[in-house]
Design a protein around this ligand. Structure first.
Ligand SMILES: Nc1ncnc2c1ncn2[C@@H]1O[C@H](COP(=O)(O)OP(=O)(O)O)[C@@H](O)[C@H]1O
Ligand SMILES: [Mg+2]
Length: 381
């Protein structure tokens, strides 16, 4: 697949009363042509600023941005393309719809601003095509404020698409909708972008949106991109503690690497619970301080004999609490004074104070570094 959007070493800082804010710090990524790419991270991590630099609404301090063959920003070459000359459509969280205009005029607006001139017939044709895409045809004469939340959202999408942009930029477009509508619009958005085959850059703080919509997810923390990959890889093989904690939840066992291991290899980690065998995404050296991350759904609980073998870790402990969540039992098990979380099938008979064994596969035990990223995650949360 060809790369459509290239972002290289992007930096953006703001001077504020409280001093300098490093909103975007050395962010680099590629979006493949036609892909749905998501920037995921907590509020304030720099998602919108990154998107606004791409749209041309902010001027980055440093970095390069190209879209297909066009250089939009190159700080080394002193190039910067103004927003109306960038072939992109954008939807904001607030939709930014013109309240004094009807549906038709809202969608037609970008056609009047763009570099190209359109006849009335062409304008009508394009607007009606855009409205049909988002199922708003028939409502073109309706004043924009008389639309429901979901319809305003669709209107904003139609307006973003009317110039037939090469990329669609979406900044938390579903956040203002109630839960039911959000799910509906999520499915529609997925269908629309894949039908059009349009390169899409989506911003959200919602892990479920990111996992369900995206071909690629980039996790951001404090202005930096900490990991990017397909949703399954991000979830199953988090590369640091921040990614493991922000997406889903995880148990962490800190310790020291017993043997050097290559990328994708298996190593031991000496922890307060003994040596745990685990899989590492990156090469690690003997003696390195790391944490082992294990997701609660990968921790099996046994009231009888646990499994044995060198592909599994086994701990023993006492059940401290069991919370019924309908589809799962959220169990906390005390192991050597630490609490380990396990998601257990609701059909299991587990009770407080039971003596149990816990097992988790070596393949589901992931080495994550401790250090800078941990400090940042703890500050944030
Ligand atoms: N115009 C601005 N002036 C000063 N600080 C800003 C401005 N825009 C964003 N910031 C700061 O930059 C950081 C990143 O903001 P933003 O990109 O909006 O984060 P996100 O979209 O991930 O919530 C935050 O600390 C925010 O307060
Ligand atoms: Mg934002």
């Amino acid at each position: 697949m060809a790369v459509a959007l290239q972002v290289r070493n992007l930096f953006k800082r703001f001077d504020t009363d409280q001093g300098e804010v490093r909103a975007v710090e050395d962010v680099t990524f590629d979006v493949e042509s036609g892909a749905f790419f998501t920037l995921l991270g907590p509020s304030g991590c720099g998602k919108s600023t990154t998107l606004r630099c791409i749209a041309g609404l902010e001027r980055p301090d440093d970095g390069d941005i190209t879209l297909e063959d066009a250089v939009l920003v190159s700080s080394s070459r002193g190039m910067w393309t103004p927003p109306h000359k960038r072939p992109m459509g954008m939807v904001f969280q607030s939709y930014a719809i013109w309240p004094h205009m009807n549906v038709f005029d809202n969608v037609a607006f970008p056609l009047k601003q763009g570099p190209q001139k359109f006849s009335n017939a062409e304008t009508r044709d394009r607007v009606m095509r855009s409205l049909a895409l988002v199922h708003l045809d028939g409502l073109e004469k309706r004043p924009a404020p008389q639309l429901s939340g979901g319809q305003q959202q669709r209107l904003a999408l139609a307006r973003a698409l009317v110039n037939e942009p090469k990329a669609l930029l979406l900044d938390e477009p579903l956040s203002n909708l109630d839960a039911k509508l959000r799910e509906e619009m999520r499915n529609e958005l997925k269908l629309l972008t894949s039908t059009l085959g349009i390169t899409t850059l989506f911003v959200t703080h919602d892990q479920l949106e990111a996992l369900t919509l995206s071909d690629q997810v980039a996790v951001m923390d404090s202005g930096r991109l900490v990991q990017y990959g397909p949703p399954r890889e991000i979830y199953e093989a988090p590369r640091n503690r921040f990614a493991a904690e922000f997406i889903g939840s995880a148990n962490f066992f800190e310790g020291t690497v017993t043997d050097a291991a290559e990328t994708g290899g298996v190593t031991g980690v000496e922890t307060e619970h003994g040596v745990l065998r685990c899989t590492t995404a990156e090469a690690v050296g003997k003696g390195t301080r790391v944490a082992v991350a294990v997701r609660p759904e990968n921790v099996m609980l046994h009231t009888g004999a646990p499994p044995a073998g060198d592909d599994v870790n086994v701990l023993s402990g006492t059940v401290a609490s069991v919370v019924y969540l309908g589809n799962t039992l959220d169990c906390q098990v005390e192991v050597n004074g630490a609490l380990v979380k396990a998601d257990v099938h609701p059909g299991e008979d587990v009770n407080e104070n039971d003596t149990v064994a816990l097992s988790f596969k070596v393949s589901a035990s992931r080495v994550v570094p401790v250090g800078v990223a941990v400090a940042a995650a703890e500050q944030a949360g």
